[in-house]
Design a protein around this ligand. Structure first.
Ligand code: NAP
Length: 336
């Protein structure tokens, strides 16, 4: 089979198409013919050696992929040949709280990921995907989709009519926008591009803020919420956005800390946390139970994840380059 590997060292130049022996499913395992993979910011950092510089190589990158079950190992009961499935991000995190053991099982590092024609996963580490989705749409779900779902639903404590603030128009934020609409929430979104803001408006965002034109965008969030602030912030920026998020959230509201697009080490006025009784909730993707709940909602509403572009298998490097440039809206995919 063909697989993309980070081979002898990190960096996009070391991402190469390689031949590997076809994997065979052992007891309780399923063999998947992968059809599409989606990229996450983490995959880019992994290829660049910035996510885990100690990661052993070669590694097949990408946590997120969708494909068809083509063979079963002994004793498999959860799926059957022909089922359309995704792998779950942390293979051993089925439900409940995370722990080290569960989180040591993530795809695309330390475990080999999905950017390969054939992948073997434990039957507990796959979920059947909503039937109306294309391969690319299904491939978008495991990390970005589940993360947005965890923020809004698993940890959100939100109700219809509440306001969420979303930062930028990358994979997680656009999923959060779609879920906000589905849950009857009001969405305010920021972007560096007026064109992307217009696309977000078409997807249901009612508050649009260009964060480059308005670097102190919390004022605009306050204006859009009659001074109260947003009930929840999907914080994907990190260091460079956290203070503005703290100034944008309502008293007693929640900030879901998810990403570091704008830096990892922050210095923020802590009084904004305790004087407003803000809840800072770290999010690490989510468990299989959350993934399955999300899939039920996506199927019920026939929601379609937003795919910016799907690249051909030979163009995987170009897909990573697009992601690095931040030119996308929603998800970037590679067909396999
Ligand atoms: N904790 C977790 O479980 C988890 C899971 C998934 C992702 N993440 C993290 O969450 C972040 C987002 O991931 P993603 O996959 O959605 O990334 P992505 O698709 O690469 O997001 C890129 C977009 O982020 C926006 N952005 C960049 N800098 C920004 C800033 N200073 N303020 C506001 N928006 C900014 C830009 O939007 P515009 O072009 O519209 O300006 C850019 O297009 C990453 O840091 C990722 O590592 C964490």
């Amino acid at each position: 089979m063909r697989a993309w590997e980070i081979q002898s060292g990190f960096g996009l130049a070391n991402l190469r198409l390689a031949e590997r022996p076809d994997p065979q499913p052992g007891p309780a395992q399923v063999l998947i013919r992968v059809r599409a993979v989606s990229l996450n910011f983490r995959d880019l950092l992994t290829v660049e050696g910035k996510y885990n510089p100690k990661q052993k190589l070669p590694l097949i990158p990408c946590s997120d992929g969708a494909g068809e079950v083509v063979a079963l190992g002994e004793g498999v009961t959860r799926v059957k040949p022909g089922d359309r499935v995704c792998g779950i991000f942390a293979q051993r995190w089925i439900a409940g709280e995370p722990n080290r053991e569960k989180l040591r099982s993530t795809l695309g590092g330390p475990f080999d990921g999905m950017l390969a024609e054939l992948v073997v996963l434990h039957e507990e580490g796959v979920v059947v995907v909503p039937p109306h989705l294309t391969w690319e749409e299904a491939a978008a779900l495991p990390c970005a989709g589940v993360t947005a779902w965890s923020a809004l639903v698993t940890h959100g404590r939100l109700t219809a009519g509440d306001t969420v603030l979303l930062l930028g128009t990358g994979g997680v934020s656009i999923f959060a926008l779609q879920f906000a609409k589905l849950l009857g929430l009001r969405a305010i979104i920021t972007s560096s591009s007026d064109e992307k803001l217009e696309r977000a408006r078409q997807l249901g965002a009612s508050g649009l803020i260009n964060y480059q034109k308005k670097p102190e965008w919390s004022g605009a969030v306050r204006d859009l919420t009659d001074g109260a602030g947003a009930d929840l912030v999907v914080e994907v920026g990190g260091a460079g956005t956290l203070e503005q998020s703290l100034r944008s959230v309502r008293m007693g509201g929640t900030i879901c800390l998810i990403g570091n697009l704008a830096g990892l080490m922050a210095q923020v006025p802590l009084a904004l946390v305790f004087m407003q009784q803000v809840r800072l909730q770290g999010i690490l993707v989510g468990h299989r139970e959350g993934f399955e709940a999300m899939n039920r909602a996506i199927a019920q509403h026939e929601m379609r994840p937003v795919i910016d572009r799907a690249f051909e298998p030979e163009e995987a490097r170009a897909a990573f380059e697009l992601m690095a440039a931040g030119g996308h809206f929603g998800k970037v995919c590679v067909r396999v």
